[in-house]
Every structure is written in structure tokens, then in C-alpha cells.
Design a protein around this ligand. Sequence first.
Ligand SMILES: [Zn+2]
Length: 160
Amino acid sequence: MFRIGIGNDTHRLVAGRPLILGGVSIPYEFGPEGHSDSDALAHAVIDAVLGAMAQGDIGVHFPDGDPKWKDANSFDMLERVIGLARERGFHIVNVDATVMLERPKLRGHIEAMRQNFARTLRVDISCISVKAKTGEGLDAVGRGEAVSAQSIVLLSDENH
Ligand SMILES: [Zn+2]
């Protein structure tokens, strides 16, 4: 049996925070505000995996008020969610994701992001798609005030 899930995430960009997307540190003067490292792309994938399993969302599993996840590496959170999927007999078929950021250009970082997801999700890199877009100068992303990401994940259930 297949299960599909969708994830969305947005963070405000503020001065003095590291910009981490898809587990890649990207030099920039602004970074996402938030409780963990606020990797919006990783968060969108986490929500998509949880959504495919109908297991709530990232806020349920990693509450903002929990000091354990303060400045946490979002790939440690993703690793934990993948563990939940494996316990239930699911494995990842493929991931498609889009990250929206006005500046800087992400093209040079996409392969490293795909490798990070492939390693953590234990799939071949050919099963991981990461696309980057700008906001074309419109909305909060376009004004450089926010980073957002969307993801769709397909899971396969070994038990059915
Ligand atoms: Zn987030």
C-alpha cells in the first residue's frame, strides 16, 4: 500500500541567525527565526512524512516549548520521524520539495541538500527532488522577509 503526505513550512528571516536549508549551511546575513535550527525545507519533509502516516505534525512531535529541541538540528528530528515510519513498516519511495527564497541563489547547494535527505531517508539520491524558486519580488518571500518550503512524500507500506 502507498501513502502520500504533504508538508509546508515558513519562517521569518532575521539578522544574525544561520541560514540552514536541507541541512546545508548557506552564507547569508539573515536566517530563519525559530526554536530549532529552523530548517524550513527539512521541516516541510518532516510534516510530509508525518502526514503520510496521519501522525499529526511537527509541532506535536517536537513542541516549541520543549528545551530539548532548542536550536536542534532538524535532521536529528527527521531521523526520529523516519524511525517512527520504519517502526510502522513504511519506507520512503520518493520526495519532491520546493524551497522558496529570494536571496541568495540556492542552485549551488541543491546537490548537497539532496545528498543529506538521501542519506537520512536511506534512499538513492535519484528518489530525492529539491527545487528552488524565488518569490519574484512579491509577497513575504519576494521581499526577502521569509523562507518557505513545500514537500510531498510517498511512502510504501511493507505490510500490505
Ligand atoms: Zn519550521
